[in-house]
Design a protein around this ligand. Structure first.
Ligand code: CU
Length: 230
């Protein structure tokens, strides 16, 4: 009854078993491992690119860790010259966009798209306040914003403030802005602003819901907004 198979050497594990054939097998195995590794890398990088595109362009909810801190308290002045805070916008969704009225392309396009999306939403658009926050308070006075707002949407609220107030709200929304380099001979008042072009949908509680990148078509925007209305 005594069995001692465990003590027997396993022939399959014998490394001295035939040089050339074993080396060939090992070579193919190595190649397979390399190929699988490459496939994994390609897949991983492809996924990363796709994910980055989605975050940048699709209007999908961004990862909670990156977005939970978007938004917050602010003190600004609206286009009627009234002081407002984030509390004045609670109870409705805010569709927030940062820009400036002298912007030659991005801002007018975005505001047109936002207005179109609200039109597509019909009655549901009443639950949303479109908000334009200036990153160029030096030129965007309330009077100037009032005139500008009427070009786009009758309910568009345009906000400006002191340099410090604008810096604070931009930081809260993680928006970048800076005066672009001027041409050497240009007027002091003749300048462009670089700025983030993300549109944020905030909930009636003031919390971030989804964002849209510049160029999101109004239909897509309207659908995503509708999905996020509470
Ligand atoms: Cu702009």
């Amino acid at each position: 009854m005594a069995e001692e198979p465990k003590n027997e050497p396993d022939p399959a594990a014998d490394p001295g078993d035939g040089g050339a054939p074993a080396g060939g097998t090992f070579g193919w195995a190595l190649l397979a491992i390399v190929l699988v590794g490459a496939a994994v890398l390609i897949y991983a990088s492809g996924f990363h690119i796709r994910d980055a595109n989605r975050t940048a362009g699709g209007g999908t909810s961004a990862p909670a860790a990156a977005t939970s801190a978007i938004g917050g308290p602010f003190q600004l002045t609206n286009h009627l010259g009234q002081a407002v805070t984030e509390k004045d916008f609670m109870g409705k969704h805010m569709l927030v966009f940062f820009g400036y009225t002298f912007c030659p392309d991005v801002c007018p396009t975005t505001l047109t798209d936002v207005s179109s999306a609200l039109d597509i939403l019909g009655d549901a658009a009443d639950k949303i306040t479109p908000v334009f926050i200036s990153v160029d308070p030096a030129r965007d006075t309330p009077e100037h914003l009032k005139e500008y707002a009427t070009y786009f949407h009758p309910r568009l609220v345009a906000l400006t403030g002191t340099d410090a107030q604008i810096a604070a709200v931009a930081k809260a929304y993680r928006v970048y802005y800076a005066k672009a380099k001027q041409d050497p001979g240009a007027d002091a008042d003749d300048y462009l602003m670089d700025h983030s072009s993300v549109i944020y949908l905030m909930g009636p509680d003031g919390r971030f819901r989804v964002h849209f990148s510049h160029g999101t078509d109004p239909k897509t925007m309207a659908k995503r907004i509708r999905d996020n209305l509470s």
